[in-house]
Design a protein around this ligand. Structure first.
Ligand SMILES: *[C@@H]1O[C@H](CO)[C@@H](O)[C@H](O)[C@H]1NC(C)=O
Length: 252
């Protein structure tokens, strides 16, 4: 006997109710670190131009919906011990679905083709690298509390190994997000095979695929209050010029 349409409909409704119950309303909203300059949504990633937009300051932002979608935005400086005067910066954006498996953990599964990463290394030959980025994430646990100092809702995320991330504060509710569906519904990149690069990063399972034609110019890494190196290099330049002038033979 075929199940009646009514039974199927009731069953679906039941599943929908169950799905709703699986999420935590305390998580819902857009969360951002102290600088408040990094926020998920159209201000960070422009899916039409396929371009990441550099915020004024570094930070991290996560958004969660009440029905299982998330979005994340990272903007970080990468200190470079080999060339301390030349820090690199990285921007990452992903969205997808999340689940709460019931053991206190938070599991995020991105829509694979949508994630983006832009690395800017002003002093290296390959100054700006824009790639597809896909990294599922496991937060061992999370905690939503009222921050005792700022008296605002605060989200503590603990990474897969239990180490805490920077605390984030509620910045928007309902969350500020791009559409919670695949924005780039092609599984093949637009670029030609020649320029495609696929590599693993740091053994953590993230896949990257080089994209071309977007974010051609390197973005400026986060500003430092005073750049002593600038003057150092200016000094080198002047010394070199002085030396060159000194070495020009004077003919009479
Ligand atoms: C919770 O369950 C998920 C999914 O099964 C698993 O990946 C994760 O490691 C678990 N978390 C803890 C703290 O055991």
């Amino acid at each position: 006997m075929l199940p009646s349409i009514k039974t199927v409909a009731l069953f679906s409704l039941g599943l929908a109710a169950l799905a709703r119950a699986q999420y935590d309303t305390a998580l819902v909203g857009t969360w951002t670190t102290k600088s408040k300059k990094v926020m998920t949504g159209p201000g960070f990633y422009d899916p039409v131009a396929d371009r990441l937009i550099e915020p004024d300051l570094t930070g991290i932002s996560y958004s969660f919906t009440s029905d299982g979608y998330y979005e994340e935005a990272y903007y970080r400086a990468i200190p470079n011990p080999a060339t301390p005067h030349c820090p690199s910066a990285i921007m990452q954006w992903q969205h997808g679905t999340y689940s709460l498996p019931g053991n206190g953990s938070l599991v995020m599964q991105p829509f694979g083709v949508d994630g983006r990463q832009l690395t800017s290394s002003p002093c290296s030959y390959d100054r700006s690298i824009y790639v597809r980025y896909e990294q599922s994430e496991l937060m061992k646990s999370y905690q939503v509390m009222t921050d005792p100092y700022h008296n605002v809702p605060r989200l503590n995320l603990y990474k897969f190994d239990g180490s805490p991330m920077q605390p984030m504060y509620l910045a928007a509710s309902p969350p500020q997000m791009l559409p919670t569906q695949t924005l780039n519904p092609t599984s093949t990149p637009k670029s030609t095979g020649k320029s495609r690069v696929k590599r693993m990063e740091g053994g953590d399972g993230g896949t990257q695929e080089r994209l071309v034609g977007m974010n051609k110019d390197p973005f400026i890494p986060p500003k430092e209050p005073y750049n002593a190196d600038h003057w150092w290099w200016a000094g080198v330049g002047l010394t070199a010029l002085g030396t060159a002038l000194y070495m020009i033979p004077t003919s009479t």
